[in-house]
Design a protein around this ligand. Structure first.
Ligand SMILES: [Mn+2]
Length: 365
């Protein structure tokens, strides 16, 4: 009865208000998500936002942009990186002039975490298993950190985690300041290689166009993307094991600890490069306590069409190299062909790491 009276009063108050203002009261954008965030136990300390270990641009930038979004919504969040940033990230942070997250390689038990751009414990900051994961924002398949039990998970199989975060800003009706626009654009450009990678979706191109327009970068974006790509392919001055680990991810698949590097090399230098990489793999396997270690190496050749300055190189298949007990059988099943020589397989098709992980999972589970 009382509830009924309150309801009537409530609607009366609402009606009398609306006579002062003819506009309908719109629900706040993203009201459901805002309410969900409010219901979390955020604790009293800072919540850290992390991309994956051995971070690429999307890992770093998604953490920065998401921490900013959470702060805008009133939550005490800060982006961190769990290991050193790569050359491409250093380049674009310098070019765009944004501040990089500080390195914090482990977290204490019960620390609140938000994970972006990963879904596997092997890629997490040390201590993540004893931490409290509040959210996951990712564009990879669900790894061995189960979605179930995490208060908020958003997973979209699109080109970059930064695109997902762009969408969230839009859905929440929160304006994207220029610095955040640069950060989102950096992650999006890197992960999709300016919309050329196979994982790229329509949503990525919508976000990219909007960010480029906001920043008035229409005439510069192609060159920026090219510079980013060059920075990422530049192994100059690095040791062979640094090169091997420059774009590396760990996984736990079917109870096996697995590492997969992603590299590229000009076809003319491939033979030497493969033997150098094979030479460092035993040490990497033992340092990282892995069962099997792999790397895909994109085989680059000069683009015969020199009229296109955006595509100086073409991919001519992928070498897939392996080390560790049982790794040979796994590699050969991923490629679908016998080894060329011990430790080396080759696929005429270009292979992405996501596709490789899916095939290894199929084989081992
Ligand atoms: Mn990513």
């Amino acid at each position: 009865m009382l509830a009924a009276i309150l309801t009537i009063c409530g609607s009366f108050v609402f009606t009398s208000c609306s006579t002062d203002n003819d506009d309908m009261v719109e629900p706040e954008p993203g009201a459901e998500f805002r309410a969900k965030l409010k219901s979390f136990d955020w604790g009293v300390d800072t919540t850290y936002v992390y991309g994956h270990k051995t971070p690429d641009v999307d890992a770093v930038c998604s953490a920065l942009a998401y921490a900013k979004l959470m702060r805008t919504l009133g939550y005490n969040c800060k982006a961190k990186v769990s290991s050193d940033i790569n050359r491409e990230t250093a380049y674009i942070a310098g070019e765009f002039g944004f501040k990089l997250p500080e390195l914090k390689s482990s977290v204490a038990p019960q620390t609140r975490l938000i994970l972006t751009d990963h879904s596997d414990y092997a890629q997490c900051v040390d201590g993540a298993k004893e931490a409290i994961i509040l959210q996951k924002i990712d564009h990879h398949i669900e790894g061995n950190i189960p979605d179930a039990g995490i208060p908020y998970v958003r997973r979209e199989m699109i080109g970059s985690t930064c695109t997902i975060i762009y969408e969230m800003y839009k859905e929440l009706g929160i304006g994207i300041d220029d610095e955040t626009a640069k950060i989102l654009l950096a992650g999006l450009l890197s992960d999709t290689r300016n919309l050329t990678k196979p994982a790229t979706q329509y949503k990525d191109s919508v976000a990219l166009s909007a960010l480029v327009a906001q920043l008035h970068l229409e005439n510069k974006v192609t060159e920026i993307s090219r510079q980013m790509s060059q920075a990422s392919n530049n192994y100059f001055g690095m040791t062979d094991s640094e090169i091997f680990l420059s774009d590396y991810k760990g996984y736990d698949i079917g109870g096996k600890a697995i590492g997969i590097g992603s590299l590229d090399c000009m076809a003319t230098e491939m033979e030497d490069f493969i033997s150098r990489m094979l030479a460092v793999m035993p040490q990497v396997l033992s340092d990282k306590e892995l069962d099997m270690l792999f790397a895909k190496i994109d085989n680059k050749i000069p683009n015969p069409d020199e009229s296109n300055p955006d595509d100086l190189f073409l991919d001519d298949g992928t070498y897939f190299i392996y080390f560790g007990e049982g790794a040979k059988a796994v590699a050969e099943s991923v490629i679908g062909q016998a080894s060329l020589s011990e430790g080396v397989t080759y696929s005429k098709e270009k292979l992405g790491r996501k596709a490789i992980v899916a095939k290894i999972t199929e084989k081992l589970q």
